[in-house]
Design a protein around this ligand. Structure first.
Ligand SMILES: [Zn+2]
Length: 474
């Protein structure tokens, strides 16, 4: 267990030194504390003389500055996280754009493929047309050949000759020859037209093939572009992952820093900075320099019941103290209001009692309790703290202002964690005399002031009861 604490302290020192800003004057001025934090935390938790108290006050300032440095470092880290988050955000937007681009490129590919199919079908159709034309041309050529063969035959078999010779007169002869020429010319023209058609179709086919090539090249371009964008998108994602990893690392550091800060602040609150008196005379002397009582409870609290009468919701009845419910519950620290003598303490009652629980003798029902005697401006007082937790009750004879004298509990006749505080005015004389009265009155922590309403200072001379509200309000 002890080992673990040392480890925690060591790591705190390391973390603290990590966040230390070099130009911080407090830290430069306190080189002597550096690396000795755990040593001083132990030292300053003990009874201090005036010199030690001054040194511990110095140490406390230094130690709290470590906490502040951690906070500063942590807020820098938070800024870094914010910037990472915004980078990630931007990258994600970019990723979305790239995804959309890829989708659009895929759509383009579908369109191009459709166009390709149409073009290929057109090419096929044209090729068919061309084939048809070729056949027609071939056929026409065959016809001509056949006719030429026939006319050849005619010549050989005198049929053309006969056709010509059959002419009735010269005019008729000329006409008949011209008919033969016209037939030949007609055939030539037909072939020429068919060839022109064929040329036109071949042109179209070339054009379609050119379009097809273009579509294929477009398609390849689009595929290439898609690949490039996919690479970009992957790179983007890698960056996002890297940023996220970094963000997690920094957030872990922030959590660590926050926990270290909380530890440092908790430790700092336990550093004593006032000298504990070693004699009644010292109490009397040192309290002359203070202007008023310090808090009797560290941290926040609210008044759950006031002095003299319990509220009706509590059933009414006489109430001789102020009930201060500390918001931290059992364990909240109770403090000495000034340098004081610890008159008496009572422990051994369970932390949680109940209504009507009698534990606390010789103050029945008070649970665990502490009685302090102190002096302020020539008047001696007794502070009674009731219903404390069973642990943490001071074992000292003298305590310093602000020193922890016990912890809030709910022992004795109590229904929830609170401090029941009573303040007894012992008399307008110094504490030495007050302490003598305590002894003379049989070591009664209430100085035989009694326990009824008639013990109020308003109706009775000291020792008598004051309203703690006149010193403490939440
Ligand atoms: Zn009470």
């Amino acid at each position: 267990m002890k080992r673990k604490i040392i480890n925690i302290l060591m790591s705190l020192v390391l973390v603290a030194s990590f966040f230390v800003v070099e130009h911080d004057p407090i830290i430069v001025a306190n080189e002597k504390f550096k690396g000795k934090e755990s040593e001083y935390l132990v030292k300053c938790a003990q009874r201090l003389n005036a010199t030690q108290a001054a040194e511990c006050a110095e140490f406390k300032t230094y130690y709290q500055s470590l906490g502040k440095a951690i906070l500063t470092g942590s807020s820098d880290l938070k800024k870094e996280v914010e910037s990472l988050k915004s980078n990630i955000e931007q990258l994600l937007v970019k990723s979305e754009q790239l995804t959309k681009e890829i989708e659009s490129l895929k759509n383009q590919q579908v369109t191009i493929n459709n166009n390709l199919k149409v073009t290929e079908n057109n090419i096929k159709a044209i090729q068919n047309d061309i084939a048809d034309l070729k056949l027609k041309i071939e056929k026409r050529k065959e016809d001509i050949k056949k006719r030429m063969r026939d006319s050849q035959l005619d010549v050989n078999g005198d049929r053309k000759f006969a056709f010509v010779l059959d002419a009735s007169d010269f005019d008729d002869l000329l006409r008949r020859i011209s008919v033969l020429e016209q037939i030949a010319r007609y055939d030539e023209e037909r072939i020429l037209l068919l060839r022109q058609d064929q040329e036109k179709l071949l042109d179209e086919e070339r054009e379609l093939n050119r379009q097809k090539e273009e579509l294929i090249s477009q398609k390849n371009e689009v595929i290439e572009k898609e690949k490039q964008i996919a690479v970009l998108k992957d790179a983007n994602q890698v960056l996002v992952n890297q940023y996220r990893t970094k963000q997690n690392e920094i957030e872990a550091k922030i959590r660590e820093a926050e926990s270290n800060y909380a530890t440092i602040m908790a430790n700092a609150s336990k550093i004593n900075t006032t000298a504990t008196p070693e004699s009644i005379n010292q109490i009397s002397d040192s309290n002359k320099t203070i202007s008023g009582f310090g808090p009797v409870m560290r941290g926040s609290w609210y008044r759950s019941a006031g002095t003299w009468y319990y509220p009706a919701s509590f059933g009414g009845g006489v109430h001789l103290g102020l009930d201060m419910a500390g918001r931290e519950g059992v364990g909240q620290q109770l403090l000495a209001p000034a340098n004081s003598i610890v008159l008496m303490t009572k422990s051994g009652c369970p932390d949680y009692g109940s209504l009507g629980n009698r534990c606390g003798a010789p103050i029945s029902s008070a649970g665990n309790w502490v009685a302090l005697m102190t002096e302020l401006k020539g008047t001696t007082y007794v502070f009674l703290y009731f219903h404390l937790a069973n642990r943490g009750i001071t074992t000292k004879d003298f305590v310093a202002k602000g020193e922890v004298i016990g912890l809030q509990g709910s022992s004795g006749s109590s229904t929830g964690p609170h401090l029941h505080l009573e303040i007894i005015k012992v008399g307008d004389f110094p504490i030495q005399q007050g302490y003598q009265m305590f002894k003379d009155r049989g070591y009664d922590p209430a100085l035989k002031a009694g326990w009824g309403l008639q013990t109020r200072c308003e109706v009775k001379s000291p020792p008598c009861r004051l309203r703690p509200e006149s010193f403490y309000s939440s």
